[in-house]
Design a protein around this ligand. Structure first.
Ligand code: DHB
Ligand code: FE
Length: 282
């Protein structure tokens, strides 16, 4: 059976693409953010996952307000990146893993998660930037399965439901009849609000408590309703739902405990509290 080796989390602010394109990684503004990545790159270099299952939110590129699935899973041979214009001008398409996609889709439907399946799927900065940050040299050595969670148009799925989705995805990965190794990746957050009266809102205390909880008490954030999460983390801070799904996939207890490999928290980049985390299953 496939092996689930761990979970990663990173922010996906579009301006990161511009910084990479212009080579600004070592400038005072960007260095504290980019410094979070070498330990993760080293870990990936040692562990060499074959596949990355990416929990992310589409920002109106593949799904717009007229058709907004709560959960959607990619089942494409490749995923073309069409960014929003702030990012890296041209990025290679991400290679899909059709076999794992369908195994995840079948498992989720079996477990009563009625997901949308996407045999064609454009991916935005939320999929492309994390991979570029994790594998800066390009030529990504992983195939991907994108799992999209709606955080754009209400009603949003609850934290409890996203954690359960992640758990089911983790069970699917572990029951995949393959010798491949798989990592799960959360793209988004942490606290941020891009518009409205509270534009620029950041909640460091909550973010740090949330990051801690992912290690020791992963269900902690499932106590909050989506509206409470918006209040505590900002309208776009609900992207932390991706981190919760990622952690759900790693499981708890017997054989699926986690160890923190590395992490970084830095505020702000653009309007956002950025975080980076790697958790290894032990
Ligand atoms: C920003 C953050 C996001 O998560 C996003 O999708 C777009 C912009 C920002 O802080 O600029
Ligand atoms: Fe975002």
């Amino acid at each position: 059976m496939a092996q689930l080796i761990g979970g990663l989390g990173t922010s996906h602010i579009p301006a990161i693409g511009g910084a990479i394109h212009k080579g600004l990684q070592q400038t005072p503004y960007w260095k504290p953010f980019f410094d979070g990545f070498p330990p993760i790159q080293k870990w990936l270099g040692e562990k060499k996952p074959d596949v990355m299952v990416i929990f992310y939110n589409d920002h109106g590129l593949n799904f717009f307000l007229d058709k907004m699935p709560t959960f959607a899973v990619g089942a494409a041979r490749e995923y073309v990146n069409s960014d929003e214009g702030w990012g890296i001008p041209s990025l290679e398409p991400l290679k899909g893993d059709i076999d794992l996609s369908w195994h995840i889709i079948n498992t989720l439907i079996d477990k009563e998660f009625d997901v949308v399946t996407c045999q064609e799927m454009l991916v935005d900065h939320a999929c492309s930037l994390p991979l570029k940050l994790l594998y800066p040299e390009g030529n990504y050595p992983v195939t991907v399965v994108p799992v999209c969670i709606n955080t754009v148009q209400f009603p949003l799925p609850s934290a409890k439901r996203c954690y359960a989705l992640g758990k089911a995805v983790g069970e699917a990965i572990r029951s995949w009849d393959s010798s491949k190794t798989v990592a799960v990746l959360a793209s988004g957050g942490l606290s941020h609000q891009l518009d409205g009266e509270r534009a620029g809102f950041i909640n460091k205390e909550f973010d740090l408590q949330f990051l801690d909880s992912l290690e020791s008490n992963p269900e902690w954030a499932t106590q909050f309703s989506v509206h409470e999460l918006v209040e505590k983390t900002g309208t776009q801070g609900v992207e932390l739902l991706m981190w919760l799904a990622m952690r759900g996939a790693l499981g708890t207890g017997g054989g699926s405990k986690v160890k923190r490999v590395t992490g970084n928290y830095h505020i702000p980049i653009s309007n956002t509290a950025t975080a980076v985390l790697a958790l290894e299953t032990v």
